[in-house]
Design a protein around this ligand. Structure first.
Ligand code: AMP
Length: 118
């Protein structure tokens, strides 16, 4: 039987079927460098479990989202971004720029970031 996770790019990275510069892994989360960085620091934090986007996170999984944010904060701190600041981006849906349909939080920093984005 096939599941959406089978062909998912980020599921394949999580399963280590595809290469990535891994920053963190535990039982639930995985963090790795973005392959096309948009800032001097640009990494992604994802849940290992496959959800296509924020729209697919069921009620009751708030803890997972909080865990991702706090892990993003920790890694940003390890990269020396805590003082200068960093931006966490969660593109949801095609018009917002989501191109990989496995929920992922971008963490960007290391240069001034303009506003509004995009
Ligand atoms: P989004 O457009 O929000 O869906 O973001 C997808 C991100 O995944 C982009 O920033 C891509 O550069 C990044 N990306 C795509 N393929 C890979 C890969 N194999 N390893 C690391 N990052 C990737």
């Amino acid at each position: 039987m096939t599941s959406p996770a089978d062909g998912c790019l980020f599921c394949r990275i999580v399963r280590r079927e595809l290469p990535a510069r891994v920053l963190f892994e535990d039982g639930r989360l995985f963090a790795f460098e973005d392959v096309r960085p948009q800032a001097p620091a640009h990494f992604l934090v994802v849940p290992k479990e496959h959800f296509a986007s924020l729209a697919d996170i069921p009620a009751g999984r708030e803890g997972l989202l909080g865990e991702i944010l706090l892990r993003a904060r920790t890694i940003a701190g390890e990269k020396g971004l805590a003082g200068s600041g960093y931006r966490i981006v969660l593109n949801t849906g095609a018009e917002a720029g989501q191109s990989v349909f496995h929920i992922h939080f971008h963490v960007l920093g290391g240069r001034p970031l303009g506003w509004p984005p995009g």
